[in-house]
Design a protein around this ligand. Sequence first.
Ligand code: PEP
Ligand code: MN
Length: 335
Amino acid sequence: MIIQLSKQITEEQKQLVFTSIEEQNCKWREIDTQLGSYLLVLGKIGFDIRLIGNLPGITDIHRVTDDYKLVSGKWKTHPTAIVLDDQVSIGAGDLTVMAGPCSIEGEEQILATVEFLEKLNIRIMRGGVFKPRSSPYSYRGAGIDGLKLWHSICAPRGIRIISEVMEMDQIDAMYPYVDIYQVGARNSQNFNLLDALGRIDKPVMIKRGLSGTIDELLYSAEYVFSGGNEKIILCERGIRTYEKAYRNTFDINAIPILKEKSHLPVIADPSHGTGIRSLVEPIALASVAAGADGVIVEIHRTPEKATSDAQQTLDFDEFGRLCAKARAVYNLVAG
Ligand code: PEP
Ligand code: MN
């Protein structure tokens, strides 16, 4: 059960609520986020809401039967929108497109991408500076200096940055330069990292693990929310199956089921979800048709020269066509 507390609740009033919960043999956990204060009540199913419903300082009470609570769609009447600024929000009833290279490589590449994104009126650029690579000999990213350079080019133009954080130590170092932290598939259940991201006030996009279930992704999101950060985006990026014809199997079912189970915005990553350039557009369009709030796509001016994930990276023309079609599909399904 989730009890929403009023901003004006006094310590005395809180104590009355705590006592009432304990009298019913339940445990509670207090959660303060950027947006609200909540009491999570864990315990017996037959909790009698009437015994606390009239106590002062409570604004609402919701019974949530799911094991994850705060990210469940059972208690919010509207989908959550993640607002970055007046111009940019995710899940607010418009298609969000994020695009950029797999890895940030240098000034020339950043500038070319930014100028191209501006032409398409795309406000969020993706790129990795800390790269999780299967082989230790592959390119592992431009690091914090690469992020600073990237930020110095994007910030004056109002382009927002999403980039992967791989470990707790990087959170503070990245903080001034990122707008959205990405938790990669390999870290989807790194609970220490998720806990730490719960303590900051910037949005976090959590990717589904390589073999993660839908519930595991939602529990990961619950870690961040219960740590105090409500600004969460879920991302389907394909899972590992027995099929070897493509890098990962994009789970299209994940999109509508996540939208059904949770109030959080859902983004599709058809680049990692397929691993093959020719599949990126059809799977992006299918995701939008399935109800995704947006897509995140790997692009490069010269994909064949990209330092990582070249085989799944679109060139600018391919991506421009994808965007136009994705918007048309979005208008069709949202209308
Ligand atoms: C990425 O977005 O560059 C990335 C490494 O993705 P994933 O964690 O989904 O493999
Ligand atoms: Mn990549």
